[in-house]
Design a protein around this ligand. Sequence first.
Ligand code: PMP
Length: 359
Amino acid sequence: MSQSDQPSVRLRPEIIALPAYKQGKPAQADAFKLSSNENPFDPMPGVIAAVQAETAFNRYPDASALALREQLAAKFGVDSEQVHVGSGSVALLAQLILAAAGPGDEVIYSWRSFEAYPGLVAVAGATSVRVPNRADHGHDLPAMAAAITDRTRVVIICSPNNPTGAIVTADEFHAFMVAVPTDLLVLLDEAYAEFVTDADAVGGSPLLVGYPNLVVLRTFSKAYGLAGLRVGYALGSVAVLNAARSTAIPLSVTGQASAAAIASLAAEPELLGRVGVLVARRDATWRALTLQGWNLPASQANFLWLPTGDETAAAAETLADAGLIVRPFAPEGIRVSIGEDEAMQKLLTVTADIIESLP
Ligand code: PMP
């Protein structure tokens, strides 16, 4: 921070110390953007039409996005009050953390995981407790349970985990839930749920029946391709979601966003067909990388994790020079989103060279 950036008003020191949320590098015109786990397919005409039909934007949107909540409630077999919609699941994460944790409280999550978690915990004034991923890049749930103290207020489980792609199995999850206090809020972040093909993976609304302290978070950003419109949803008990409603910034889900989400649910078969294409592309790319000699974890999401270690920054630079914008997490590895077929072919050409140069 330069001298002139020093704030002259009294701000919270822990907030000033926070790095701003970093997006991937803006892509040059002809580059492939594989840094934000976005959906590479163009929006569907029916979804565009639904957004365009939403013209009464001189009026505020419905504050609780009731029409969308009703559709989601029907889809997941829950009550519409058990669905809370927000401007992206990251907003819901913030609301839920704020609802449960404040100064002096602890929030546990696995690390490395979604890079927004540390900032959201700091904004709440709470303390992050990071439990290292297992050597196979998955969550170490027994270690996470062992890290719980009487100050723990939230545990975040990310399955599939961003950025490693590893899932938590249903067995691991249930063992965790019965081991932890029933008054402890557990957030299951399933931003990539629709890309999961492993039948052993944890998932979905049926879990809510057994665990009133669980909230499941999902999003329209990834599988449904609405990242720019900002719609996510939380499924959970009414009491917990009511607390999240109280910490929400009011009216942050626009009518256009709700309309797009409702149109996407109507177009689900086609959208899930696209997900199937991306899953096949993911698995084919994983196989090709493995054949090149990469030792990378199997991914159940729409990205792959290249363990480039100390060479991470240099490898990301090489990929960028070839027109592939990826997300480096030095000194651990690089996360590459599954994008266009052409992008994946190009990736394999460059990774074949990079692995030759690795020590
Ligand atoms: N959770 C995870 C694990 C993510 O990777 C992301 C997006 N990168 C989100 C939540 C937030 O997604 P959105 O706010 O777009 O719903």
